[in-house]
Design a protein around this ligand. Sequence first.
Ligand SMILES: *Cc1c(COP(=O)(O)O)cnc(C)c1O
Length: 497
Amino acid sequence: MEYVSTRDKSRKVSASYAIANGIAPDGGLYCPTSFPALTAEDWHALANLDYKGRSALVLGKFLTDFSGEELADYAAKAYADDKFGGADTAPVVALGGGKHMLELWHGPTCAFKDMALQMLPHLLTASLRKTGETRTACILVATSGDTGKAALDGFHDVEGTKIMVYYPVDGVSPMQKLQMVTQEGKNVEVVAIRGNFDDAQSAVKRIFTDETVREGLDKDGMMLSSANSINWGRLAPQIAYYVSAYCDMVKNGAVKMGGKINICVPTGNFGNILAAYIAKQMGLPVNKLICASNRNNVLTDFFKKGGSYDKNRDFYTTTSPSMDILISSNLERLLFFASDYDDKLVAALMEQLAKGGSYQVAADVFAKIESDFDAGCCDDAAAAQTIREVWENEHYLCDTHTAVAVRVYEDYRARTGDTTPAVIASTASPFKFCRSVIEALGGTLEKDDVSQLDVLTGLTGVPAPAPLAALAGKTPRFDRVVDKTDILSTVGLLRDL
Ligand SMILES: *Cc1c(COP(=O)(O)O)cnc(C)c1O
């Protein structure tokens, strides 16, 4: 399987090259040049495998310069039972109204980012080896909260790597911040940026495309790489859990083999839902992919307004901070696929986005997109109401991001009458966004953030995940705050790690 940049497909690279480098030199994102199909034999095998086996099988379709043994070994380590609280790595929980909650937050940092970021260090270090790379990989991460911690947890003290995380100073939840600034490990650095997530993401992209920075690091035996979902190695492991959810649903009779499902995903950078789209292209029977947004509804408008993307709008800080994004990077990959790999077109659209903050997709390309996707959004009040209703009516506790998806799905079902069984991606533990969840349930907040965990347990009887409870005894290690315009100066910190 070969990979090309969304902005220039003339140069073909291997999976390991794409993973080691993260982003193409032209600023484009690496994509496979075709979609491998899941055959009848594959489905038969998948049905009888555990999550680790399913992950290795799906990854093997894309990462053809890795052996089956290698991938099985990485999956066994990444999804070890002691990291994911048992063998049920990504369980599906059936609720009323056709909802099947795909719980993706049983990993060490309690958000779905662990599903990819426990795997990525294995893929990345192997990719460096396979491409003959001897320099230290410096992983730069822009985070709206959850990626940062998951990447720190995945990469801390991994030989041959250093990791630096940038988060928006006022754009993450108190629990997310505490998780990041207490991270242990000798190869880690955490920096707060005065600005929002888009500022942090744009700044990191600027570092990536700055020749002087690259040359300077190269002299010191370092190279840049990425753990954001712009990296193919981050996206590929996410495809497996949609396939796994389907296998589980077939097993427990929620759907017949070959029968269709809908998939609704709370969306920010468009990585998670793009993984579901790719699963569909591989043969997963999907009717609609439903893109759920919070008040930062740039994607809802894109889907509802004929493919017009416009980030020139107010940015809102919401109770679902990991979705507070106006530049959804992975939409670029969807444009590439839906336009039959038209790199010139994608390059032109991305230039318009960079210059004027908007673009319009041609009607024929949008028609293809529209056949796969539906979309909707809701505000914080509606998400809070959903948390309360789902708790009161179904005794199921969801976090603020998942609540957005539940609400958008309910709206979709009411609007269309489509009762196809739906997988809803449950992307974080409710304890990660304790304050908002307690408020939604009408509880009384404590001052101290870690004490909130007990408040939520008191209200619901649901125990807090162990990694969050353990934060109580930890001391913050990082307190650096920089202006977004000064971000280039932080690259020097890598030398000291
Ligand atoms: C990152 C994140 C999202 C958004 O996922 P994308 O892949 O960026 O679309 C949604 N919910 C939670 C809890 C997240 O951490």
